[in-house]
Ligand binder design. Structure first.
Ligand code: F6R
Length: 366
């Protein structure tokens, strides 16, 4: 079943262009995003004043990207809540709230209980799921499926990029329904995403794998990101923890001076996800100055930056390139080298990347 691949994870990382293309297919019509499963369900999105996205683990990082997209395109306040935290307090929700859940398996007990709880409280519910007919979509008012295909490796990869894609589609769909979407460039850009992922895979696989090989003895790796790069920093750190058992942490780059910079000592590897200067010169310059701050303290800086961004060159030990893309699309590209890095590092340590210790693919207990 692995085909010629060394692991399911390697196969699933490589399948991402297809996973994303399949998730987009049939959902763009006449220059607009129209998700057929949501036909006749416009009332889910009108008259709400709040969206809560709930999920666990990797799916919760996809949710964080979704927050930016839904707020920008559908102009509705959106928050992300870990499913197991959401349920055990007394959240202020009601029929003006849309609770979106995200789950690859559709069976994660924490997420399922959050959905049931939201429904009992009168909220509207929509799930994003990769498994047809799973329990979470059955318990929701509506479902948008990701079409990543079966994910076998415990560490989630193609399901994550498909989840972000589904959230972008949903944000564009909601923006159209709510008449808040003015910019159509994002809709046009959707179809280019699969080939850009393929480009990252083709151009960076060897470079990043080599880098991981050199770093097999590393004991800790930090990841920094800002804006939609922040959830990618969290995801890069989680992948590394899960399959290579190395201490890793992701931070919002702006938090650095509020504490984490104390961790920086000579030789500390730090990945920095650099947002394109074309989207915001300000955000870009802030991240570049974060890079300068950690470099001055001896960090080994590995940047993930768009092609042609020369501002990072003087301060980077390694530069990983991603193609030019819209701000909301960059996360799907930036995560790919981090997945490859985690996988190559685990492989260099002789670990089983598909079956990490202590973890199960689907967590069906609370
Ligand atoms: C990370 C990973 C887990 C899952 C989490 C949610 O690689 O696999 O963090 O993302 O357990 O699982 P689902 O999406 O099935 O609800």
């Amino acid at each position: 079943e692995k085909g010629g691949w060394s692991s399911f994870m390697a196969k699933e990382v490589a399948e991402q262009p297809e996973a994303v293309a399949n998730t987009i297919r049939g959902r763009v019509r006449d220059g607009a995003v129209v998700i057929p499963e949501l036909d006749g369900l416009d009332e889910l999105f009108i008259g709400i004043n709040r969206v809560i996205i709930t999920a666990c683990g990797t799916a919760s990082y996809a949710a964080l990207v979704g927050k930016y997209a839904i707020e920008q395109w559908a102009r509705v306040a959106t928050d992300v809540e870990l499913a197991h935290e959401f349920r055990y307090r007394d959240p202020v929700i009601g029929d003006d709230t849309l609770v979106i859940s995200i789950s690859q398996s559709g069976e994660t007990m924490d997420t399922l209980m959050a959905v049931k709880y939201a429904r009992e409280r009168g909220a509207r519910t929509l799930s994003i799921c990769n498994t047809q007919g799973a329990t979470i979509p059955r318990e929701s008012d509506a479902v948008v499926y990701t079409h990543a295909g079966p994910e076998v490796a415990v560490a989630s990869t193609k399901a994550f990029s498909a989840q972000i894609t589904a959230l972008l589609l949903l944000g564009l769909h909601m923006g159209r329904v709510r008449s808040t979407l003015t910019d159509t460039t994002a809709v046009e850009e959707l179809s280019t995403l699969p080939e850009k992922i393929a480009q990252v895979l083709a151009e960076e696989n060897e470079h990043v794998s080599q880098l991981a090989g050199w770093m097999a003895d590393t004991r800790s790796v930090l990841f920094l990101g800002r804006h939609v790069g922040y959830p990618i920093a969290l995801e890069g750190a989680l992948k590394l923890k899960e399959i290579s058992y190395i201490h890793a942490e992701g931070f919002a780059a702006g938090e650095l001076k509020h504490g984490p910079i104390a961790l920086i000592e000579p030789g500390q590897p730090v990945f920095v996800i650099v947002p394109s200067p074309r989207h915001s010169a300000l955000i870009h310059s802030k991240v570049v100055s974060n890079i300068q701050e950690i470099r001055a303290r001896g960090a080994r800086v590995i940047v993930v930056a768009e092609e042609g961004d020369a501002a990072v060159l003087p301060f980077a030990d390694e530069v990983i390139r991603i193609p030019l893309a819209g701000a909301m699309f960059e996360p799907v590209l930036a995560v790919v080298p981090l997945q490859i890095f985690a996988m190559a590092l685990a492989t260099a340590k002789g670990l089983d990347v598909d079956q990490p210790r202590n973890l199960a693919k689907s967590v069906t207990v609370e």
